[in-house]
Ligand binder design. Sequence first.
Ligand code: ADP
Length: 196
Amino acid sequence: MSPGFSSLNLVLLGPPGSGRSTQAALLAERYRIPHISTGDMLRDEINKGTTRGLEVEEALNKGELVNNTVVTGLVLQRLDAEDCTRGFVLEGFPRSAEQAAVLDGVLAELGRGIERVFLLELSDDEIVRRHDNRQVRREDDREEAVRERLRVYHAEGPALIDYYRKRGQLVPVNGSRGVDEVSDVIRQAIETPVGV
Ligand code: ADP
């Protein structure tokens, strides 16, 4: 845990393929806080083979957003768990200003807030190139699904980014650099007190 925080609540934003999950995993390990990924939680839901899982699968394979009630329900339940009291790194959520407002509302009720929101920035060209080079392909890595995920990101992203920028919480990070360089920049931002 870095000095100055009683709990470390972090959010990672960025387009699909920006390295969000890699950075979230590194943060979780470094600060010993859980890595909460809505993508992973939704894929778990599919693997359970429930009716809700089927609905989730359809949206995921098309690259569309999953129904807000389902996603926010999963996230809120997860944040309420004991292991999140010291903090968490949330990735893949929020994906819209609406989800961001829901998250803030719930954290406020718990008397908590978000310490930092990192935005990994990467051009569309670089994203498409990275997807083409991925070793392990997911079903939603098909070209049409990637394009749709990018389309959704560009539709919802600006309002979401503005939401956090207006609150002075946004830390933009150049996501085109290597994993270690990106992770160093994020670590420094966490460990440097705001306003110094
Ligand atoms: P990516 O890195 O491509 O964004 P994720 O694993 O984060 O991959 O998400 C995969 C899919 O899960 C998304 O395309 C979307 O269908 C669904 N999903 C994940 N998070 C959310 C969310 N917060 N709201 C709605 N749908 C979501």
